[in-house]
Design a binder for this molecule. Structure first.
Ligand SMILES: [Zn+2]
Length: 255
């Protein structure tokens, strides 16, 4: 399973089960003594005021994570933002504030996309870039998804450059044209490619914010498509033929 492509807020007591970049298991745990959290300068200035409320608190944190598997022990550095969110009891009478953390960057990046055997290295490197941007710079991550799509069109044999006119001026097809021109085996993916392209356009050129839910959906679609395109196909025809010969009572070759 890939992902998660969404980064929800969490508490210091309960870190999410993030996937280890080295062994790909969900085994990253906090090294408690590495955790440091500090309030911002602005919060320090206003926190003594009568009107200050905990939700106004702004802070930052850093810590180290480590894979808990004895044969791995990969280390990951994490930085993020801290704040307080209100919590109400079941009767909605008593209000408390809980310190919440939001991850903004992991180094090395978390392995969010599925590593497939036949995926070209430059595409996987670009997916790592998307993964590194997703926690803190989601619109930049969406912009980089477009680059993955361009690379994918290259891999699928869709022409990028053409010559125009008598002077043979070099021109480049737009990503939209390239997706439309794709004539290979995965025709059912075309609407998905186009949907991701439109999302990438908004992320790149528009002041509109792309929602986390939509980015998550686009990443899941892309991951699924890449697995389908780059997973080796297993040919079972010889085994199927052998089992058919052996067990099918209607097999014509059976005596
Ligand atoms: Zn590991």
């Amino acid at each position: 399973m890939p992902g998660p492509f969404r980064f929800h807020k969490f508490s210091r007591d309960k870190f999410p089960d993030w996937r280890c970049p080295a062994c790909l298991n969900e085994t990253l745990v906090l090294i408690p003594e590495s955790f440091i959290e500090k309030q911002s300068l602005q919060t320090g200035k206003i926190s003594g005021e009568d009107w200050f409320e905990p939700y106004m608190y702004e802070g930052i944190f850093s810590c180290m994570l480590q894979c808990s598997r004895r044969d791995c022990r990969e280390s990951v550095a994490l930085i993020g933002e801290s704040g307080y969110e209100e919590e109400w009891d079941d009767q909605m009478r008593a209000r408390t504030y809980e310190c919440v953390l939001a991850a903004k960057a992991f180094l090395p990046p978390l392995p969010l996309f599925t590593a497939t055997e036949k995926c070209p290295t430059h595409i996987y490197d670009q997916l790592r870039k998307v993964s590194s941007l997703l926690p803190g710079h989601s619109s930049a991550a969406v912009n980089n998804l477009r680059i993955v799509l361009e690379m994918l069109m290259d891999e699928l044999g869709v022409i990028r450059i053409y010559l125009e006119g008598k002077k043979n001026v070099r021109k480049e097809y737009t990503l939209n044209q390239r997706i439309q021109n794709y004539s290979g085996d995965h025709q059912d993916m075309k609407p998905g490619f186009l949907a991701m392209k439109w999302l990438g356009n908004v992320g790149s050129h528009s002041p509109l914010n792309v929602s986390e839910q939509d980015i998550d959906a686009a990443c899941q679609i892309l991951d699924h498509f890449l697995v389908r395109i780059f997973s080796p196909t297993v040919d079972h025809s010889a085994e199927i033929a052998r089992l058919t010969r052996k067990y099918d009572p209607h097999f014509s070759g059976k005596p």
